[in-house]
Design a protein around this ligand. Structure first.
Ligand SMILES: [Zn+2]
Length: 255
C-alpha cells in the first residue's frame, strides 16, 4: 500500500507543544533556503517543543545542526561541535519525537549510496517518509559545513561553493536524518539527508560520504509533515514551484 505524505502548513502562532506520533515538524522550506532566506523567526526553545531528533541549520546559515535525544548541537565551519543556545533561531530545521518502528543491524557499508541501498531494502513498503537514527562504528565520514553568511544573502548554491569539506576521525558516532519522497522536493530534500556527530560530541557535519564498520539502525515511519511557513509564503507560492531538483543536488550532494 502506497501512502502519501500528508503535508500541512501552519503559522508560528498555531504552534503548540505536543507529542504527535509519526509526525515531523519542519521550519520553513528547502526552496526558501535555496533562495537565500537564511533568517528564521523560530527559536531553538520553540523547536525543542516540536521534537527531540532531527537536523537543520542556524540563522545566517551558521553551521549544520543536529538534534539528538533532545540536545541541539551545531557543527561549525570546521566541523567542531557546540551546544546551540535556546534563544538562537533557525531558518530551516526538521525534527520529530523519535519513536522507532523498526530496528536492524548493518555492516560493511562502503559509501553513501550503499547505505541508502541497505536502508531501502528494509524500509516498509509504501513508507511515505522516515526519520532515521544510526549508531555505530564509522571507518570514515566525509562531512561539510558552511561559513556564516552576512546579509545581503547569496543563493545557497553560491554559498555551498564555499563549503568546507572535511574528513572526520574514525570511531563511534551517530547519524540522524530523514528520507523524504521525491514529490516533496520543493519543500524538502528528497531522498536521504543525514547529519553526523561523533560519540564524544566533538565533531560533526552534513554527511557527503561514509564507510561504516557496523551499526544499529532505527527507523520511524512518518506519515505527516507539519511545516511552519515564513510570513508571506504558502504551499502554493511560486517560489515553491519550478525545478528545484538541480539546485538541491548542487547544494546538498556536491563534494
Ligand atoms: Zn544538511
Amino acid at each position: 500500500m502506497i501512502r502519501a505524505l500528508h503535508v500541512e502548513s501552519m503559522r508560528s502562532e498555531d504552534l503548540h507543544a505536543g507529542h504527535e506520533s509519526h509526525t515531523l515538524f519542519q521550519a520553513s522550506t528547502v526552496s526558501a533556503l535555496l533562495d537565500g532566506s537564511y533568517d528564521g523567526d523560530l527559536s531553538f526553545a520553540e523547536l525543542a517543543e516540536q521534537g527531540d531528533t532531527g537536523l537543520g541549520t542556524l540563522n545566517g546559515l551558521d553551521g549544520e545542526m543536529i538534534a539528538l535525544d533532545g540536545q541541539f548541537l551545531r557543527a561549525d565551519f570546521r566541523g567542531t561541535i557546540s551546544v546551540v543556545s535556546p534563544d538562537s533561531q533557525t531558518p530551516f530545521a526538521v525534527v520529530g519525537w523519535f519513536e522507532p518502528d523498526l530496528e536492524f543491524e548493518i555492516s560493511g557499508v562502503v559509501g553513501f549510496d550503499h547505505l541508502v541501498t541497505l536502508l531501502e531494502e528494509r524500509m516498509p513498503p509504501g513508507t511515505p517518509a522516515a526519520a532515521v537514527r544510526i549508531d555505530g562504528d564509522f571507518k570514515s565520514v566525509t562531512a561539510r559545513s558552511v561559513p556564516r553568511q552576512h546579509a545581503p544573502y547569496r543563493p545557497l548554491a553560491e554559498v555551498v561553493a564555499d563549503q568546507n569539506v572535511f574528513e572526520l576521525p574514525a570511531g563511534l558516532g551517530t547519524l540522524v536524518g530523514f528520507r523524504f519522497p521525491s514529490y516533496s522536493e520543493r519543500i524538502e530534500i528528497a531522498g536521504y539527508h543525514l547529519h553526523f556527530v561523533d560519540h564524544g560530541r566533538k565533531h560533526g557535519g552534513h554527511v557527503l560520504d561514509l564507510e561504516i564498520e557496523a551499526a544499529n539502525v532505527k527507523v520511524e515511519v512518518s506519515s505527516d509533515l507539519h511545516i511552519e511557513l515564513p510570513p508571506g509564503m504558502d504551499l502554493g507560492s511560486p517560489d515553491l514551484a519550478g525545478d528545484t531538483h538541480a539546485a538541491i543536488e548542487r547544494a546538498e550532494r556536491l563534494k
